[in-house]
Design a protein. Structure first.
Length: 202
């Protein structure tokens, strides 16, 4: 398969890219690195990326940001960071990218545990993750050409413990191999409209 991975140089992305590259053709995309550059907040940039790489069998997005801050400190503009990047960025990848996926191809989006188990300072991130879950379930009913779509939702991953452990007291770190398997299930499996939760109930 020819697989495009947006965010392929990130903490999770580099492990996912490395795994798929063992038996598939992998192209990575990012704002500042990769085989092609892309800004997912800009629809024109997304279209240019797909035009550059041509038809693909799978598009995986492990990118997008949202602001973490106390609710009383959040402005409308702060919420727009997550809405424009992680939410609409991934929605637009599907909206535009469906024209560049081969028949029977797949999209895999990325969220996280905050949709189900939010912690302090995450009103924006939790809201965005929940919105993506609903989008995936709805759009799976309408995609044509047997194109599938799923979303991988991970908890605190092993490789990010040092950076985020203080925000997730008592959470069990998720082994990177388990996280990678979520993306394998989405890309190499046959399910669609699924929220692939790679964490235990908290």
């Amino acid at each position: 398969m020819k697989i495009l991975i947006i965010g392929g140089a990130g903490t999770i992305g580099k492990k996912v890219s490395g795994h798929f590259a063992k038996k598939h053709e992998v192209l990575t995309a990012g704002r500042h690195s990769g085989d092609v550059t892309v800004d997912i907040t800009d629809s024109r940039s997304i279209k240019a990326m797909f035009e550059s790489v041509g038809p693909v069998d799978a598009a995986v997005c492990i990118a997008g940001e949202a602001k973490w801050a106390a609710f009383d400190a959040m402005t409308e503009e702060d919420y727009h960071i997550g809405l424009n990047s992680k939410l609409m960025g991934q929605v637009n990848l599907v909206r535009i990218g469906q024209k560049y996926l081969n028949a029977g191809g797949s999209f895999t989006l990325t969220t996280g545990i905050l949709a189900d188990h939010p912690v302090l300072l995450t009103t924006s991130a939790a809201m965005v993750n929940g919105g993506i879950h609903s989008f995936v379930k709805a759009v799976s009913l309408e995609l044509k050409n047997e194109i599938r779509i799923n979303v991988v939702s991970s908890g605190l991953v092993e490789d990010a413990v040092d950076k985020y452990e203080a925000y997730f007291p008592g959470h069990n770190p998720i082994p990177m191999r388990k996280v990678v398997n979520g993306y394998v299930k989405s890309v190499e499996g046959k399910s669609t409209g699924e929220i692939i939760r790679m964490y235990d109930n908290c």
